[in-house]
Design a protein around this ligand. Sequence first.
Ligand code: NAG
Ligand code: CU
Length: 231
Amino acid sequence: MVSGALLVLSVALGATAHYTFPSLIVGGTKTGDWYHVRKADNWQSNGFVGSVTSEQIRCFQATSAPAQATLNVTAGSTINYAAAPNVYHPGPMAFYLARVPDGESIGSWKGEGAVWFKIYHEQPNFGAQLTWSSNGKGSFPVTIPKCIKSGNYLLRAEHIALHSASSVGGAQFYISCAQLGVTGGGSTEPGDAYKVAFPGAYKATDPGIQININYPVPTSYKNPGPAVFSC
Ligand SMILES: *[C@@H]1O[C@H](CO)[C@@H](O)[C@H](O)[C@H]1NC(C)=O
Ligand SMILES: [Cu+2]
């Protein structure tokens, strides 16, 4: 009886445990779903990207399509990316930016090529088991670096769910791209060593992507992708 009930519970959790990143929170106010964030292909299914070589690993869009609006933010300020419902799997959050080339429209720019630099990634807490502070949360602060050039950017949110990542292709990627207009920035251009392409940045066998987080309990975690850029 007990094990049957647990099985039903775990199946139900598995079905509902997926999520999206559909909106931003600015000054405590949540903006509309898929308003400043490009509508991702999982907007109904809450599903994930499983292949790091697919086109969807960039913005979770098989075909690039614009958001309804671009949000202006001041360089150096902090906004929040919202999850819906919450991030229910263990694994790291990360944020990347890509600057839209001058003269290009943010709605139609696809973010192709080595244009993405990472501005945050999450490390786990180590102990008797691995824990992630993102687990169970629905809102994630992201600070726009103060020194980057003003202009239009795509802000890519990524959560890698690692609960079944011990075999190749088992990690689940939850991704969205928001459209930002960064104002009041500086003059710093992140160097080429910080910039990666999606797809291209990750390999399915990267140690932070193919990993057994349960046994033996890891004592270190190497986030995939480039080093984090900071001013
Ligand atoms: C966003 O900032 C740009 C550049 O400063 C400005 O042209 C535009 O009007 C702003 N948009 C909004 C909605 O405030
Ligand atoms: Cu899930």
